[in-house]
Design a protein around this ligand. Structure first.
Ligand SMILES: [Zn+2]
Length: 361
């Protein structure tokens, strides 16, 4: 293939053309040039979704067939690199399939009984088991462990609220266990209190992060701790408020405040320069293939489209240790009609999706 137009390689770095042969990118015309399929447009490195659950459906673990469908739904919108943020099935077979997106696995979520969505996570009766279980999941995954950091504690009755799942000393040992086993830890955190523990324990990344204070933001920016935005998930907070209703008023009030404050909140995150990642959180209530909707939702929250696109392409790929557009790199690219930095919604309908040098859309 011969791709022409604007090839977005990185910030302030563009090429006019690239070639694809033998599955890899060539920045100059390959010697054995025969007939090349010509595609023109705005080319970006394959999209990265750092929070998609291949193998989780609304009720928990999916069949292998459904997990395959999920991976294809993601692929067909240009998501060519996925960090699964916890899966309820062994999805390592995805990595053997040339036609499915690249997958970086995080093992299975770790939570406590009644402190997360049912049937998703490994649930620990004894919090002191956390470091050992983190070590096990670190060895199962591809360099990531996913922890549930907070959830509503319904045992508190009318006082039920979001509370952290793990004592901070246990969490600290668990982070050390992840690191000793070659993994980084990312943690689901809605509540402000959880973020204090994240910083104390040295957790590597945060999913959602909706409760962060200005001090937290400054600290995250200084330490380079990334936060996965999950704008579509934040939209669902209003449903959580409805479900909690009069039964859990404290929790409902907190979720409502985070929902209503979301635009102001993400504006402060941007101003503080917290490094952001893009995640659709597909695979439970949300369906796969929704990353373009997520990117548009992030722009609607006020995150500049340049930052959204960077996080969804070169910056996100670099974060996971994957190549971007460079000579000899696997040809995983997406072609759009127009520049997604000018209008992010163009990502909903890619002109071409090329995975490992094969055009799949
Ligand atoms: Zn998730």
């Amino acid at each position: 293939m011969h791709l022409t137009g604007t090839i977005l390689v990185g910030p302030d770095w563009e090429l006019d053309e690239i070639w694809i042969a033998d599955g890899v990118i060539h920045t100059s015309a390959p010697e054995s040039a025969g007939e090349f399929e010509k595609i023109s447009g705005v080319v970006v490195p394959g999209l990265v979704d750092v929070h998609s659950h291949i193998g989780i459906g609304a009720d928990g673990p999916t069949s292998v067939e459904r997990a395959e469908e999920q991976a294809i739904l993601d692929r067909n919108v240009g998501t060519l690199l996925i960090r699964d943020a916890g899966s309820a099935i062994d999805n390592s077979w995805v990595q053997e399939r040339e036609d499915l997106p690249r997958l970086v696995r995080a093992g299975q979520h770790i939570a406590r009984p009644k402190r997360y969505i049912r049937n998703f996570a490994r649930e620990l009766e004894d919090v002191n088991d956390l470091p050992e279980v983190v070590a096990q999941e670190a060895r199962r995954g591809d360099g990531w462990v996913k922890l549930v950091g907070d959830w509503i504690d319904r045992s508190l009755g009318a006082d039920a609220d979001l509370t952290p799942l793990w004592p901070v000393d246990v969490l600290t040992d668990a982070v050390a266990a992840a690191h000793e086993n070659g993994a980084r830890m990312t943690i689901h955190a809605f509540a402000r209190e959880t973020i204090d523990d994240v910083l104390a324990a040295g957790v590597d990344g945060v999913e959602h992060g909706t409760g962060m204070s200005d001090d937290h933001m400054a600290e995250f920016a200084a330490r380079g701790i990334h936060v996965t935005v999950t704008a579509l998930q934040t939209e669902l907070f209003k449903d959580f408020v409805g479900q909690a209703g009069a039964k859990y008023p404290v929790y409902a009030a907190r979720m409502l405040a985070m929902y209503e404050g979301r635009t102001d909140f993400w504006g402060r995150m941007v101003d503080a320069d917290v490094p952001l990642l893009m995640g659709s959180d597909a695979g439970s209530t949300l369906d796969q293939g929704t990353l373009p909707r997520e990117l548009a939702a992030c722009v609607e929250l006020g995150i500049p489209a340049e930052r959204v696109l960077a996080a969804a392409t070169w910056a996100g790929r670099e974060y996971l240790g994957a190549d971007g557009v460079e000579d000899g790199a696997s040809a995983d690219v997406v072609v759009y009609e127009t520049d997604p930095r000018a209008d992010i919604t163009v990502t909903r309908a890619p002109r071409a999706v090329i995975l490992r040098g094969t055009r799949v859309v």
